[in-house]
Design a protein around this ligand. Structure first.
Ligand code: SAM
Length: 224
């Protein structure tokens, strides 16, 4: 039966893909990709020659209807993002919601995403957590942080290296400089780093050593 698959792809190490993901990418009629050049590298690595179509935040509003029509006409389509799980700080939600509305079957494979290894690796409680994704760069930023002051669950943020110190400083203002946290950088890559300490320690560390690469910040929740 035709359906939409959401396929998680590696966040750094090309070996971090499941056998089933490779099998499905090789057997679907079409792969929707955030950046077709990026996905081509992955497909070449696994000798997959399925046709690719670009699907990103700038064209997804226009293309969801035609994608759904293709599935309703009998095609099976896979959506991937540049890295990790589609829909997690990446395009995916809009297409899934539209498929659900049209009663098109949707199946998301379990697989790579940056937030879970960062959370588990942090050593902070992972029985309950909230995923905050990227904080807004300007408008609404302060409100979001203020809303987290009484949060008791461990918090997960995605961040760019250029904003890391600013974010750590602002989190220290809202949550307290002694709050425990962990900065995970370049997960699954050669220079992976998991730096654990208080928000003030981490801020000072990265002020002296400006970071590069991709970053997840994990922050302990408020003590009950
Ligand atoms: N869909 C992806 C997922 O499932 O994790 C997230 C995509 S989002 C556009 C990219 C952000 O994810 C990066 O800015 C960083 O915060 C985080 N990220 C992705 N890969 C990472 C890695 N290897 N190490 C640390 N953080 C990573």
């Amino acid at each position: 039966m035709s359906k939409l698959f959401l396929i998680p792809t590696p966040i750094g190490n090309l070996k971090d893909i499941t056998f089933r993901a490779v099998e499905i990418l090789g057997s679907v009629d079409l792969i929707l990709a955030e950046d077709t050049r990026q996905t081509k590298k992955l497909l070449n690595h696994y000798n997959i020659s399925t046709p690719l179509q670009s699907h990103h935040m700038f064209n997804e509003h226009k293309s969801v209807e035609s994608i759904c029509s293709k599935i309703l006409d009998g095609q099976t389509i896979a959506l991937v993002s540049d890295a990790g799980t589609p829909g997690i700080s990446d395009p995916g939600f809009l297409l899934v919601r539209t498929c659900v509305e049209k009663e098109i079957p949707v199946e998301t494979l379990p697989g790579p995403t940056a937030l879970i290894p960062a959370l588990v690796n942090s050593g902070l409680p992972c029985d309950r957590f909230c995923f905050e994704g990227f904080l807004p760069p300007k408008k609404g930023r302060n409100k979001r942080m203020t809303g987290l002051t009484d949060e008791t669950r461990t918090m997960v943020f995605y961040e760019s290296p250029f904003r890391l110190v600013k974010t750590l400083n602002e989190l220290a203002i809202h949550l307290g400089p002694d709050r425990n946290a962990c900065v995970s950088r370049e997960l699954s890559k050669i220079f992976e780093e998991n730096n654990r300490g208080t928000l003030s320690y981490l801020s000072e560390y990265y002020t002296n050593k400006p970071p590069k690469g991709e970053i997840v910040i994990i922050v302990a929740g408020k003590k009950d």
